[in-house]
Ligand binder design. Structure first.
Ligand code: AMP
Ligand code: MG
Length: 429
């Protein structure tokens, strides 16, 4: 695995006290390597897991040309020879779904066929039954030549997936459609990466846990709860280590235990610039950790690196303490990093431009992530408005939001009605 130092030394304009969001993302991406462990699981259990092999279709899907409608199958060439009475065909049998039909009608014959049934030899077209007039006692049918074209209402062998065709790629996070597709290929089990183990804890003497009395000057620890929620969405194994006091021995013990049991460690608090506590010192002593000031808001201070204990190592993300800053840095750095470590293709985040309902103050020279509510305006067009107070400690601004308003590094104040980039996050964090 490349060392943080070697990655950083390749950057010409590296300044830990003034990094852009893009620089940080690039450094993290360069340092991380995927975990190796792979396991074989039944496809139902593979949902939300990371595929660890390329899946190639072992069969043609569908395996035969078949009918997309209930109707009559015939050779489309008959349409060209239709008389003034339309097309007249003799019905010579029925093909049901699941039957291997042996019927082989001639150019003037048809076969009654059900949806999904195998097309009889020589037939390439199905006329839906509602267009057909049945004559006599079902021996003949008649229909207008212009209600169907040759080849209509037939599903071709292999049109979904041909044998040998790549179906799913290594690194894919498997979704319900993928699981269904694997089943359609007759594949009962696949190889997936083992689950990533992520340990997390909060630091700060002022923190109290839910269920404890709130002593004067204290706040309830909320970061561990948002982190628990965000990590759950990534389907990793969680190790919640609670609140760790700002005490060198307690911190060292917590970092070592996390390191020995997890692939990645996420902490919050104690990484602010000039903060006179032990979190930073302990992190730095246990491994290769850098402390960054990122040109972003919220989320400016962040520690990143790798620590070692008893021969095991783990990635470390020391997130800021402020509750919104935790979510923003998680969303913009940790999410991609953990996907990489899981061996997954990082799912891209949608970003698109909409109208801003009000004006938004912005200082150039940093990326800002305002919390927004994307709604339909009176004219039916989508527009975004800011969710109340935007302080980095105001978790309510995040709770009420359904998107980030991403104001780029060089952007300045936006006038009401101006265009801004939004990144919807419902269901993601
Ligand atoms: P710090 O970066 O440790 O100076 O923390 C910055 C701010 O975030 C302080 O007001 C802390 O009280 C608050 N804070 C830190 N950790 C948490 C937490 N786990 N839950 C809620 N607030 C926190
Ligand atoms: Mg603190």
């Amino acid at each position: 695995m490349p060392s943080l130092q070697s990655v950083i030394s390749c950057l010409s304009d590296y300044d830990p006290a003034a990094l852009t969001v893009d620089q940080v993302s690039a450094i993290i991406a360069d340092v991380i390597e995927p975990i190796r462990g792979v396991e074989q699981v039944a496809i139902r259990s593979a949902l939300d897991r990371v595929l660890a092999e390329d899946v190639v279709s072992p069969i043609d899907v569908p395996a035969h040309d078949n009918s997309a409608m209930d109707g009559y199958a015939f050779a489309g060439a008959a349409l060209a020879s239709a008389g003034t009475n339309g097309v007249m065909l003799e019905v010579v049998g029925t093909s049901y779904a699941g039957d291997a039909t042996e019927l082989a009608p001639s150019a003037t014959q048809a076969v009654r066929i059900m949806t999904g049934a195998v097309m009889p030899a020589g037939c390439d077209t199905v006329i839906p039954q509602e267009f057909v007039e049945v004559l006599g006692d079902g021996q003949r049918i008649r229909f207008a030549a212009d209600v169907v074209r040759a080849g209509d209402n037939r599903r071709c062998r292999g049109e979904d997936l041909a044998r040998g065709q790549a179906a799913l790629q290594n690194g894919r996070i498997l979704r319900p459609a993928d699981i269904g597709m694997l089943a359609s290929l007759g594949i009962p089990e696949v190889k997936v990466r083992r689950r990533l183990r992520v340990a997390f804890f909060s630091t700060g003497d002022e923190l109290r846990s839910v269920g404890e009395p709130l002593d004067p000057g204290c706040v309830y620890d909320s970061n561990r709860y948002t982190l628990h929620g965000m990590l759950s969405r990534l389907h990793v194994d969680l190790i919640d280590m609670g609140v760790v006091r700002d005490d060198p021995a307690a911190l060292e013990q917590a970092f070592r235990s996390a390191c020995e049991n997890a692939d990645a460690i996420i902490t919050s608090g104690g990484v602010s610039v000039g903060e006179a506590d032990y979190t930073k010192q302990t992190m730095a002593r246990l491994g290769e950790v850098t402390f960054w000031k990122i040109a972003m808001r919220p989320g400016r201070p962040m520690a990143f690196g790798r620590i070692t204990s008893d021969g095991r190592d783990a990635l470390l993300f020391g997130l800021p303490g402020n509750p919104v800053a935790v979510m923003v840095t998680f969303y913009h750095f940790v999410r991609a990093a953990l996907h990489r470590q899981m061996g997954a293709e990082v799912p891209p985040l949608p970003l698109f431009r909409v109208r801003s309902a009000g004006s938004i103050r912005k200082r150039p020279g940093r990326t800002e992530y305002q919390r927004g509510l994307l709604v339909r305006g009176a004219d039916g067009e989508w527009e975004v408005r800011i969710t109340g107070q935007q302080g980095s400690g105001v978790l309510r601004s995040m709770s009420e939001a359904n998107c980030f308003i991403v104001l780029g590094h060089d952007e300045e104040t936006i006038a009401a009605g101006g265009a801004v980039n939004v990144m919807p996050f419902d269901g993601l964090v």
